[in-house]
Design a protein around this ligand. Structure first.
Ligand code: DGL
Length: 267
């Protein structure tokens, strides 16, 4: 990568969960031009149809790309990545990086060979995930827990609200008594943001695995291989698709995460 050029990277999620992936990438590549879009008009994606998710993701990425030519897109959402990558790759010639549950590292890491996939209701049902398990975790017992509640709890935390630990613990009850479960895949980008709270509910689990660092490394590798178009230095921007109550308060959150301005997209 030519250091004089600043690659423009878009992170996309239904909500704030993608910050867990963006954070790792920004730490590794502090000088990129970052855009982040959260599709809050359609949040949560957990129980939406595959077709709806594909259409929205595609429309929004195309719309942003028309105004801010992108060098790379990170779909910082497992629920979307498990369905949308072929459609995005068919429309864009730039690299598209998906976020999918870290089944392989979890299966390698587990000592008891009993692992859990904690993800959205959509992700646990996907054929993509069944293939990952068949390919990398056949030698393991794999528990799957699909939840929308945990996504909502994490989203609220990112908006500065208190975490409802009782609701969180209740949601994880099915795994409470599985003593041999030693590794959990945080298969939704929202979950690393409430990792400590999840850890507290599942004390038998030794390893929590997510894809954030691996994605940051993948982005770095791909950027080193592409030709960047010269652009003027740009502000880091955050896009939403719907107005929300605490927008004023959110300005502080936005600055904390390194963004300068919130823009509402019409989709
Ligand atoms: N953060 C997303 C994921 O990784 C989606 C959460 C949702 O909207 O349900 O799956």
């Amino acid at each position: 990568m030519n250091n004089a050029l600043q690659p423009t990277i878009l992170f996309f999620d239904s909500g704030m969960g993608g910050f867990s992936v963006y954070k790792e990438t920004r730490q590794l590549l502090p000088h990129c031009h970052y855009l982040y879009c959260f599709d809050n008009a359609f949040f949560p994606y957990s129980e939406k149809t595959e077709e709806e998710i594909i259409q929205r993701t595609l429309n929004i990425c195309q719309k942003i790309n028309r105004t801010f030519p992108l060098d790379l897109i990170v779909i910082a959402c497992n629920t979307a990545s498990t369905v949308v990558l072929p459609a995005l790759r068919a429309h864009f010639s730039i690299p598209i990086v998906g976020t999918v549950p870290a089944i392989k590292p979890a299966a390698e890491r587990s000592e008891t060979k009993h692992i859990g996939l904690l993800a959205t209701k959509g992700t646990v049902k996907r054929a993509y995930v069944a293939d990952l398990i068949a390919q990398y975790a056949q030698h393991c017992t794999v528990e799957k827990l699909g939840t929308t509640k945990l996504v909502e709890i994490a989203e609220q935390k990112l908006h500065g609200k208190a975490v409802d630990l009782i609701a969180l613990k209740k949601e994880l009850t099915p795994w409470e008594t599985i003593e041999t479960l030693d590794t959990v895949v945080l298969g939704c980008t929202h979950f690393p943001l409430i990792k400590e709270e999840i850890e507290w509910c599942l004390p038998q689990v030794r390893f929590f695995v997510d894809s954030g660092k691996a994605i940051a490394l993948r982005v770095k590798h791909l950027l080193s291989k592409i030709e960047l178009l010269p652009k003027n230095a740009e502000k880091n921007l955050i896009f939403c698709t719907h107005s929300f109550d605490d927008e004023m308060q959110f300005q502080k959150v936005l600055h904390f995460w390194g963004f300068e301005q919130l823009i509402r997209l019409d989709v």
